[in-house]
Structure formats: structure tokens, C-alpha cells
Design a protein around this ligand. Sequence first.
Ligand code: UDP
Ligand code: MG
Length: 321
Amino acid sequence: MTAPDLLSVVVPCYNEAEVLDETIPQLTAALQAIPGIGFEIIFVDDGSRDGTLARLKQAADADERIHVMSFARNFGHQIAVTAGTDVAAGDAVVLIDADLQDPPEVIAEMVEKWREGYDVVYGTRSSRQGESAFKLATARAFYRLLNRFSEVPIPLDTGDFRLMDRRVVDCLKAMPERHRFVRGMVAWIGFDQIALPYERAERFAGTSKYPLRKMLRFATDGILAFSSRPLQFATGMGIMAASLALLGIIYALVLRIFTSVWVEGWTALMIAVLFLGGVQLLSLGIIGEYIARIHDEAKERPLYLVKSQFGARAPRASRHP
Ligand code: UDP
Ligand code: MG
């Protein structure tokens, strides 16, 4: 018999002290129940300010399969997931939220699909419990908009809960970009991917760590990183404004040449000036968003900084392209 496959499970945690006492035993039990694999759990503490780190340290001391890396500050969910993936040693890596919204039992089904030969098994939410109508509606609209814009198809209603084979993980590690939208990046990578429908549970305790501000940033990152369509939109607006102006000119000339009236001045002028000003500022804003991202990339700062770590795995101090 060959050595069992090693499964690395990456769990990003930001102020999750309230859920960890439940998450750690549930996750460990679910992984133990999967036949023929060994596992490690990598908790990434994303600069939490509550008892998260202390709780994780305790867990790492008690179980040698648990590893913890703690960021110098809050770098964000997508960066935390990246850091965990960077240090994962497994033949496959699973990404899962800390709040038990992604049921740990589903990992066993993911492993089965992986053994059938799939490189990526992504969880698709067939239902979502305990989310506000606002979140459901905006998320639904976002995934559909993103898909229309993106050059590669990104699966609908799919979060980061997924299993990735080592060869996909290695591709992901070779992608240095800073504004990370992991679910899109994995779709871009390709290989053999399959959806696994699951029911997304309610958050076990605590509140969402994705306030509206973070959600908007995340959505912008997704769209700007996977599409240049907003730029074409700016071009389109420009063409439209220019065409309207041309029509206006023809109209004014015709009136002047064939009749004895002039076009009434003030209102038409104001509308034209404000419309043009609006289109220009909007276009500048869109260009600015892209330039800001080029600026961020050009600085070449490390993606994250590690403050401390517990458990056998020794993460690199930072990630640099
Ligand atoms: N998270 C993180 N850093 C952040 C925000 C969130 O590591 O800045 C983690 C969080 O602890 C959780 C996962 O990302 O494990 C998903 O966050 P959350 O459950 O709050 O998002 P929601 O399910 O409400 O979209
Ligand atoms: Mg959640």
C-alpha cells in the first residue's frame, strides 16, 4: 500500500473566537472520518483582535496536525486563503470558512470527486440559510454581472469552499497578483473542474466579517481583475456623448439656416456641459481604478506579513512575487 494522501485544509479566521470551539472539533472529526487520507489543518489568523489567536494556539499545542499562522494585521480574507495555500503541503488543498457555513462533512464528497480524477471540486450553493434578502439579491446579481463581463466563465453562486489538486495549487502559487479574487483565479487556471451542490448553512455564531464596504471592494476586485469591459463602457459613453453633440450641431445649424429662430441658449448649454462633465468624470474614475491597481502592483510589496506561527509547519515570512 502507498502512503495515504495528505489533505491540507485552510481556514481563514478573522475575529472568530466565538465559533472556533465548535469548528475545530467538528472539522477534525469530519476529516478523521474520510478513509485513506492524512490531513493537516492550517488556520490563518487574519489580524484578529479577539481571543482567536489564543484559541488557535491552544489547538495547535493539543494536536500536531493543526498549524497556525498569524498575520501582522488584517490583510483580508482572500490574502489569508492565499497564505494558507502557500504553506500547505498536501496533495490536495481544501478552502473552508471558519464559521461552519460550509459544512465540513461535504469535504468527504469533494475527496471522492477528486479521486475520480477531478482537479478542482467547487462547492456551489444550492441554498443559503440565514442571509439577509439584501445579501442574497446582491450576491446573485454580482455573480451574473461578473460572468457577463469576465473573459473566462466563473461558476455562478460559488464561493471559495473547494478542493484543489496539488497541480492547481502550484499554478495558483505562481500567480503574484495583489488584488486577489481566488474563485476567479481558479476558474482561469482550468484543468478538470466540477461543481458540487451543497446547502450553505447559517453562520454558527458571531456576525459576518464582510461588511458592505468589504463586499463592494471584493466585487470591484473581481470585476476589474477579470475584465476590461468597464473601459469599453467608458469608450461607449464617449461615443454616445459625441454623437449627441453632433446631432445637436446639425439641429442648431438647420434651424439657423432655414428658419429665423435660434436655439434657446441656457438650458441646452447647461445640459450639454453637465452631461459631458459627468461622462468624463465617470470615465476618468474607471481608468483611475485600473491605474490604482497598476500602482499597487508596481510597489511590489509583500502580499502579507506573518507575526507569529504555531505548529510544525514553518510558513515563509511573507509572499513576494
Ligand atoms: N475573514 C478573514 N478576513 C477578513 C474577513 C473575513 O479571514 O477580513 C474570514 C472569516 O473569518 C471567515 C471567512 O473569511 O472564516 C468568511 O467570512 P464571513 O463568514 O464573515 O463572510 P460571509 O460568510 O458573511 O460572506
Ligand atoms: Mg460566513
